[in-house]
Ligand binder design. Structure first.
Ligand SMILES: [Zn+2]
Length: 202
């Protein structure tokens, strides 16, 4: 029986690197994968996956829009290209709960394993809709760990503007000047995106 896997983290935990490694392993065994990524905005390069480490850039097989029916998309792919061995989804936090259920149907009724990689919580420490649904439905859930500057596990993908932690605003920001950094819950609450000794410099 095929399973649905969810690998989640705060940012910078190497999710895309691991996804591409899994994809590579399938291809090495001459097996076929379908690489998907939700459409979020019209940022340049959104149809590729480019890990922070290394210089690999991989084009996705299909972008997932709000109206995309994932079970149908996978069925069409199998009809056109034959047996499919794995569906891989990057940025799975942006899937709708309905699309997560469709991916469960891909595993349950088409017998194709589905591996989703994504963020657990947004900068407000709220679950992303896709991640909440995956937490509820995935067969196999694993956290990819990353650390805050203090050394504790980072759980929040903090949105930073002018050295301060932002806690309100839209979940998805398009074209802002904000940056993101992985923080532990404590330093997210204390509004300390960098160590105090560095903050006082200059
Ligand atoms: Zn910390």
């Amino acid at each position: 029986m095929a399973k649905v896997y969810f690998r989640y983290a705060a940012m910078n935990a190497g999710k895309s690197t691991q996804l591409l490694q899994v994809r590579h392993n399938y291809h090495e065994r001459h097996q076929r994968t379908l690489l998907l990524k939700p459409h979020v905005d019209n940022r340049e390069g959104e149809d590729v996956i480019a890990p922070r480490i290394g210089h690999i850039v991989v084009k996705v097989d299909a972008l997932v829009y709000a109206t995309t029916q994932l079970r149908e998309l996978v069925e069409r792919d199998i009809q056109a290209k034959g047996k499919l061995d794995c569906v891989l989804v990057d940025e799975a936090q942006f899937l709708s709960p309905e699309q997560v259920m469709q991916l469960c149907q891909v595993a349950d009724f088409l017998d194709v394993p589905v591996m989703c990689y994504g963020l657990r919580a947004d900068f407000r420490a709220q679950l992303f809709p896709g991640s909440g649904a995956l937490m509820a439905l995935a067969d196999d859930i694993e956290e990819l760990k990353t650390i805050c500057w203090c050394g504790r596990k980072a759980t929040i993908n903090a949105r930073i503007l002018d050295g301060r932690v932002l806690r309100e605003g839209p979940q998805v920001l398009i074209g802002g000047n904000e940056a993101y950094t992985a923080l532990c819950r404590k330093h997210w609450q204390l509004d300390q995106p960098i160590p105090p000794e560095l903050e006082n410099r200059g």
